[in-house]
Design a protein around this ligand. Structure first.
Ligand code: FRU
Length: 475
């Protein structure tokens, strides 16, 4: 009897007790806690997204893999939990990993977290696989772990395998740490996903501010270059850069498989908002590189926790290489246009002071164009109230920066030499994703307000001309 109770407790999520912050069109926790997106893939006619999941509490805890599927990357269906931390090789968490389709089988390549002591010294992290032929039920491989230990010159921080195939060979990159506690990414290869050979370090700390541990690496070709996207911990704030506890960013460069040589440029953040981390990308069948991030941040407050849930994932974004080949641009995938319902407004507006609209910011897409040539106003943009504060998205003419300010906590980036600022903004009940100038700057933040606020525009110290369109987004 006692065993049955424990079993039932493990499979059922805790209940959501209040819907005030529940999102409409985002993947979010169905009850319990979620963090990183995992296993992004396309299998048997469906897109699959898994996520780090604790079904039993709205706080981080024993990690399972939650699972959703979709035929259009927009409407998601929740499936049963795909992985439980129930074997000796993953007993303290099925940590992050990825997926690959091979001969009609969906294979998950994931981190087994095993904690035999204090979190700092007594744990180890290894790589396991699990497979499915129906895309719902997963069998763990009897030969797990498939990578049983980390490179000798690294520490036991060894996690988040991201798998891909090139010329018939499988590769994984893993986040790791050198013995002197600097972040790095290591590479393995395999012919069958079961036996892996260590290739070497793909990229590492180079006397720069790139942190102490690199989590959640992704390595992929983009527009003729290679990108290494990862989530470093322990980066120090540097002016407007690296404002969050941990950050998510990338190197762009050139890569030789034959020699495992990756020569790359500087580290750039991929998303500048308050809440974005641990993003994973995958290649859709039509060749697009699509990315989804965790729409929260370690160390953040989670005001939805008392409501029985915590955590959400971003909208899917298409990645492209910038025209000069040095940056990643990120735009909402085209499929999101299908969410557009009624159009609230399509007007040119001269704003002097505050301009209140009656456009509700429940689930809303906003297209805002701000003419910057001869703009008089010093600050121009949009704002809406929060519980105890305000969220503002605006251009600051004096500093020439695009600013997202949440309760006066500012994230900003310089925007130079443009005549029109184009903002495409996705608001859901407790999230905002701002895409500026075709995705060359992106800000993702959560926000909390107990009623659905209306949108206001503002122009301070002078007038500004704006063109505003807004649509309701309906699932
Ligand atoms: C990133 C991360 C991963 C780890 C997972 C555990 O947010 O710390 O490195 O696998 O979360 O939930």
């Amino acid at each position: 009897m006692i065993f049955i109770v424990i079993f039932v407790g493990k499979t059922s999520a805790i209940n959501v007790t209040n819907n005030r912050y529940r999102l409409n069109y985002h993947i979010m926790s169905p009850g319990g806690w979620i963090n990183d997106p995992n296993g992004l893939s396309y299998f048997n006619g469906q897109y699959h997204v898994f996520f780090q999941y604790n079904p039993d509490s709205s706080s981080w805890g024993p990690m399972h893999w939650g699972h959703v599927v979709s035929t259009d990357l927009v409407h998601w269906k929740y499936l049963p939990i795909a992985l439980y931390p129930d074997h000796s090789y993953d007993k303290d968490g099925c940590f992050s990993g990825s997926a690959i389709v091979n001969n009609g089988v969906l294979s998950l390549v994931y981190t087994g977290n095993v904690n035999n002591g204090s979190f700092d010294g007594g744990f180890y992290q290894i790589v396991n696989i699990a497979t499915s032929t129906d895309g719902v039920n997963f069998q763990k491989f009897s030969g797990n772990p498939v990578i049983a230990t980390w490179p000798v010159d690294g520490t036991n921080n060894f996690r988040d395998p991201k798998v891909w195939q090139n010329n018939g060979t499988f590769y994984v990159v893993l986040g790791n740490q050198s013995k002197d506690r600097h972040g790095r990414v290591v590479l393995y290869k395999s012919s069958d996903l079961k036996t892996w050979t260590y290739v070497g370090v793909l990229a590492e700390y180079n006397n720069d501010n790139t942190g102490t541990m690199w989590e959640c690496p992704n390595f992929f070709s983009l527009g003729g270059k290679y990108a290494l996207l990862f989530s470093p911990q322990g980066i120090e704030r540097d002016g407007d850069r690296f404002g969050n506890l941990d950050v998510n960013g990338y190197f762009i460069g050139d890569y030789q498989y034959a020699t495992n040589e990756f020569t790359h440029g500087p580290f750039y953040e991929i998303d500048l908002g308050h809440d974005f981390y641990a993003a994973q990308m995958f290649q859709a069948p039509d060749g697009r590189s699509i990315l989804i991030g965790w729409m929260d941040m370690w160390g953040a407050q989670f005001p939805e926790q008392p409501d029985g849930w915590a955590g959400a994932l971003t909208i899917p974004r298409e990645l492209t290489l910038s025209a000069d080949g040095t940056r990643i641009n990120m735009s909402p995938i085209a499929e999101l246009l299908t969410l557009r319902g009624n159009q609230y407004i399509n007007s040119n507006i001269e704003v002097d002071g505050v301009y209140n609209t009656n456009i509700p910011l429940g689930s809303t897409e906003i297209l805002l164009q701000i003419a910057l040539v001869n703009v008089q106003a010093r600050k121009v943009g949009l704002k809406f109230p929060l519980n105890n504060g305000e969220l503002r998205v605006y251009y600051d003419k004096q500093t020439q920066k695009l600013v997202v300010s949440r309760k006066k906590v500012v994230r900003q980036v310089a925007i130079n030499n443009i005549s029109v600022l184009n903002l495409r903004i996705f608001v859901d009940r407790s999230s905002i994703e701002v895409f500026a100038n075709n995705g060359s700057a992106v800000f993702t933040s959560r926000f909390y307000v107990d009623y659905i606020p209306n949108l206001s525009l503002f122009a301070e110290y002078g007038v500004a001309n704006l063109s505003l369109q807004a649509f309701s987004l309906n699932k």
